[in-house]
Write a protein that binds this ligand. Sequence first.
Ligand SMILES: NC(=O)C1=CN([C@@H]2O[C@H](COP(=O)(O)OP(=O)(O)OC[C@H]3O[C@@H](n4cnc5c(N)ncnc54)[C@H](OP(=O)(O)O)[C@@H]3O)[C@@H](O)[C@H]2O)[C@@H](O)CC1
Ligand SMILES: Nc1ncnc2c1ncn2[C@@H]1O[C@H](COP(=O)(O)OP(=O)(O)O)[C@@H](O)[C@H]1O
Ligand SMILES: [K+]
Length: 569
Amino acid sequence: MAIYVYTTEQMRALERAADAAGHSYAEMMEEAGAAVARVIHMLWPAEETRVVVLAGPGNNGGDGLVAARFLAQAGFSVTAFLWKRPEQDQQAEQARATGVAIFPAEEDLHRLQRAIERAHIVIDALLGTGLNRPIEGTLADILKIVQEEQKRSRQFDDAPLVWFTEDPSFSIKIPHRLSVVAVDIPTGINSDTGAVDPATVPADITITFAGPKVGQLLSPAATMQKAIIVADIGIPEAVKEASPAIAELVTPALAATLLPERSLLGHKGTFGRVLIIGGSVNYPGAPGLAAMAALRSGAGLITLGVPDLVAMALAPKQDLTNCTWLMLPHDLGALKPDAIKVLADEIPAYDALVLGPGLGQEEMTFAFVWALLGLRAHVAPRPSGIGFIKEHATPEPEAPTLPPTVIDADALNALAAFDEEWAPRLPPNHFVLTPHPGEMARLCGVEPSYVQANRLQLAQQKAQEWQQTVVLKGAYTIIAAPDGHVSVSPFATPVLATAGTGDVLAGLIGGLLAQGLAPYDAARLGVFLHGLAGRLLADEYETDRGVLATEVAQWLTHAISALANIAGE
Ligand SMILES: NC(=O)C1=CN([C@@H]2O[C@H](COP(=O)(O)OP(=O)(O)OC[C@H]3O[C@@H](n4cnc5c(N)ncnc54)[C@H](OP(=O)(O)O)[C@@H]3O)[C@@H](O)[C@H]2O)[C@@H](O)CC1
Ligand SMILES: Nc1ncnc2c1ncn2[C@@H]1O[C@H](COP(=O)(O)OP(=O)(O)O)[C@@H](O)[C@H]1O
Ligand SMILES: [K+]
């Protein structure tokens, strides 16, 4: 079952289409409320848990009251406070009939405050995707009461781990006396832009319906939600498949279908050869990390093409003893255009290339990158004539035809520094570009803040313009294909925010390319496994701090094995 990411308008269109196909609005609300109650019931014991439902004027409030009814039926002690609900309120009436205590919020904020002080769970069903203006007045007062009680109840600074899942049992932590569960989206988040109203209360769990709304994945909204659970509200698959969405979520089920097959009779040649080109005197470790990840991806043979002094430093390292080496010409530890001569003979033996980790930003290294990518012929310095003997210039080698290639790190900066248009000179749909927001900003000639505010649209637009796969890294990494398709990673976890994890990702995607995956699929699977490895490590250590990039590379093997289990659940 695919999960898509929607704009608010797309979500409304999806609901309309579902209604037209016979799955009514009332049924969707019933399923939405039931899903909220199910998740809570799975995580808290009914008998000892007091729940306060805050229900607003629209359908979000309706969902909350349906949840209230199911929770009361299950034995939870439930109180609902209504804010601006319509006079004819069927949901409130049904909830009351099952034993939910119901009060108008605005008339008695003191009662609301006392109830929240005693509650274990507050369900935020005040506003959902219908938010259309700043929050003020009574609504702001209500949210402030929750905010303050939430602050009081925080006993320690727990690790915020965000994880979309179809299965809420995947390690959600409930560390507080008071937990906030948001219905669809925390009140005050703009579901298109990710803007956050100052009144917004951060949610421990958000149960979002049918698929995430794009604003939930953008900054700053992304920081206001920890576990996000996508709940199925019964919209028929055919309706979903026929309705427009802005992106697809990379779910475990999707990632599992992308794993390359492994033939029982395979040998190392079957599983592809990867050549990693990078390294410089200042960044010797980066190509090593890429190689470790490529090894863990299941690729058959990994070679590091690096300056000899980088090879000397890396060769004895654990894991890298499994690699082969190609010494490339350099000046003072930075690769230079002459490296093309060595590579021209070697590259045809490889199924994938990773270009960039640790290259550095020397001018001659950029010239090497341009020449390797066929952007500009390498012009060697003129041989000087000694006396009457003139040296004959050796003809420059043609830029080799490259196998599918990951362009990462300083190779991206080399592209950004190229003074003409580079994109039309590259063969289409042949490269995976893996910029972080700073590199993306340089490539596009914009500010990093612009990249972050327009992540999805910018990645989509540039992948189409450049006709290559673009991986825009960071929380909820975006993977955009040359044909306009976009996928979003479900992982937002600071465990990966440590030096070298980008090199790991580049090597991993390179290893998947070598195993025959198309650039977009290699990027989607690579990003997923990378995030999952980080997530598993955070679970293992019970913290999201201090995990090393080398460990992320090593845990890719665990991630691959865990993927099969999670997808099968
Ligand atoms: N996706 C799906 O398939 C399904 C979605 N469902 C649910 O529907 C939800 C969307 O429902 P919705 O359209 O009724 O909007 P919702 O967020 O409840 O609020 C609208 C009300 O809020 C008001 N209002 C707005 N901003 C305000 C402000 N700043 N301050 C004060 N008031 C403000 C606005 O007032 P008005 O502008 O009219 O004055 C209006 O009265 C969605 O999030 C999900 O939970 C499910 O039921 C099942 C299927
Ligand atoms: N908060 C986060 N959530 C999810 N992934 C993250 C987060 N922070 C960083 N990452 C991931 O970690 C990697 C960092 O890569 P990069 O910025 O290139 O670092 P480096 O150059 O040090 O390797 C990327 O894959 C990025 O998506
Ligand atoms: K809400």
